[in-house]
Design a protein around this ligand. Structure first.
Ligand code: ZN
Length: 310
């Protein structure tokens, strides 16, 4: 069993409009945009990162906004709900706030004894805020959400699967323990993680397979401390029979990817070097950053990428 995985690193999803996506995550949810760059494999498309003050691993929601992308259809083989951690007693504030931003499908629910507020983002992607006790991570308060309410990072993610058996085994191999079950959902948790330590597996044997599009999670990334730990994880996965990519330099972390049983794309990303490697913390995310291989496209991209507030 691996010991190197430290919970979630980031989640990456598809959006249909960069400005709308930027406004929702910075203004409605009050997160900090910690990086404005492009999709390294499709540089005419933004890659936007939202998180806490520095984009700590376990706090970073990232987007590929493909303008006017068709909406995906929900189903199995995908992450169905991404859950942020908020302070106890803050859900009333969030319900009022999200209503003013026209968040759809809002509902307060109890999930494994946690109070949650579910909602969809403008592309119909499923999120929840969960009141979590004893989460010491500081929230970002720079966008007008006070420390009493601010999101501290991810708490959990729910994967929807036709059959959860193989995924449960994989999570066990990755260092997660099965901790609870409720209404067809099995809860796994990793010790000593980034704070985003929980994964729920929802069994949906009769549901059809998800079709990826706007509002879909593209991949879920798990955190490892450094490149040495990443290579250990990569070797262990290869030895177990997974097809794992080589290590890819994403400028702010190193990444490996592999497809899991049930279809969800996993990434394992390093906590080094971080989002402040190429800009000052005080102005993180404000200007367009380009990887070296795309720097020659800057004049074109600055003219053609949609302007964003903030
Ligand atoms: Zn990623």
């Amino acid at each position: 069993m691996l010991k190197q995985i430290k919970g979630l690193h980031h989640m990456t999803s598809i959006a249909s409009d960069a400005a709308e996506n930027n406004a929702f995550f910075t203004q409605a949810l009050g997160l900090r945009r910690v990086k404005k760059t492009v999709n390294f494999d499709a540089p005419e498309v933004y890659h936007l990162y939202y998180g806490d003050e520095v984009g700590s691993p376990g706090s970073v929601m990232t987007y590929f906004p493909f303008q006017n992308a068709a909406r995906g259809s929900k189903g199995t083989g995908e992450v169905g709900e991404t859950v942020f951690s908020v302070p106890e007693g803050s859900l009333g504030f969030w319900a009022d706030r999200l209503a003013t931003f026209d968040a759809a499908n809002m509902a307060e629910v109890d999930h494994f004894g946690e109070k949650r507020l579910r909602f969809d983002n403008p592309d119909g992607e499923g999120f929840a805020l969960a009141e979590v006790r004893d989460d010491a991570r500081p929230g970002w308060t720079g966008n007008g959400v006070s420390e009493d309410h601010a999101i501290r990072g991810f708490h959990a993610a729910t994967m929807r699967l036709q059959d959860t058996g193989a995924m449960g085994e994989l999570l066990g191999f990755m260092g997660y323990d099965k901790v609870d079950t409720m209404d067809g959902v099995t809860r796994f948790a990793v010790q000593e993680g980034t704070g985003a330590n929980t994964i729920d597996l929802a069994a949906m044997p009769d549901a059809k397979r998800a079709q990826q599009g706007a509002g879909s999670v593209h991949h879920i990334a798990f955190a490892v401390e450094d490149r040495a730990a990443q290579l250990e994880v990569r070797k262990a996965l290869l030895d177990t029979g997974y097809q794992v990519t080589p290590v890819i330099d994403r400028d702010y972390f190193w990444a490996i990817y592999f497809r899991t049983p049930g279809g969800v794309l996993f990434e394992v990303a390093t906590n080094e070097p971080g989002f402040d490697r190429d800009e000052d913390r005080a102005t993180l995310g404000e200007t367009l950053r380009l990887p070296t291989q795309h720097e020659h496209l800057r004049p074109f991209l600055e003219q053609h990428l949609q302007p964003l507030e903030g």
